[in-house]
Design a protein around this ligand. Sequence first.
Ligand code: SF4
Length: 261
Amino acid sequence: QAFSAAYQPATGGAPTIWQRRRAASNDRDLEALAERLNREVEGKSAPEIVRAALDPALGLRVGTISSFGAESAALLHIIAKERSETPVVFLETGQHFLQTLSYRTQLTKALGLSDVRLVTPDAGEKTTLDARDDLWKTDADACCDLRKVRPLARATAGFNAIITGRKRYQASTRAALKPFEVLDGVLRINPLADWDSEDVEAWLVEHDLPRHPLVEQGYLSIGCWPCTRAVEDGEDARAGRWSGMDKVECGIHLGKRQAAA
Ligand code: SF4
């Protein structure tokens, strides 16, 4: 069975009844598929989960999101080995460390990724909402919405399945993560759900993958520079993200319903 992309109004207009019905039916189909795939991949490795998601028989339009951060090389390596032309979306927020941008170039070349898409905020929205590039100081949620959530929704409108590098150990909001789940009408695939930092490290060493240059300076989870700091020994890796702010996720993995809650 082939699946249609979730309905996402391009201009913010309200969906018609027909579009809502189609989205509801698509959701049910995807939920059933996620349940089936979760049963089938029980006990399977991350590459096997990626292989299952990319099975042409499913007819899914699969892409992935990557921050080209501290742990990104492991998932990108697995995906590149299976299908190097898989679209990789990088949210070019305009607030990344220069080291992240150079690492993106280095890793793209090393892994032979042939379709890395740089996605920027809408120019008009940015001028209206954050002309001085400092919205993060006063409203980090609005800043992430402008620079990450909205651009991702636009960039992935043609996908109905997205591979992510999320892991259960990273945050309480991810504790129940399954390899396959449905969020806002899109199949989310989390091949590394049961990995921890030692699994990632072992994979990077085993495959001799390039490291993000900031890792050796103590940056163990890396996002935009205003919202990322190095962590101390013994501190949780994600303690360096939005440190001092009441925030643990940027919102791209929460879905509209959870984000609104
Ligand atoms: Fe803005 Fe910080 Fe979110 Fe980046 S991580 S989009 S700078 S609030």
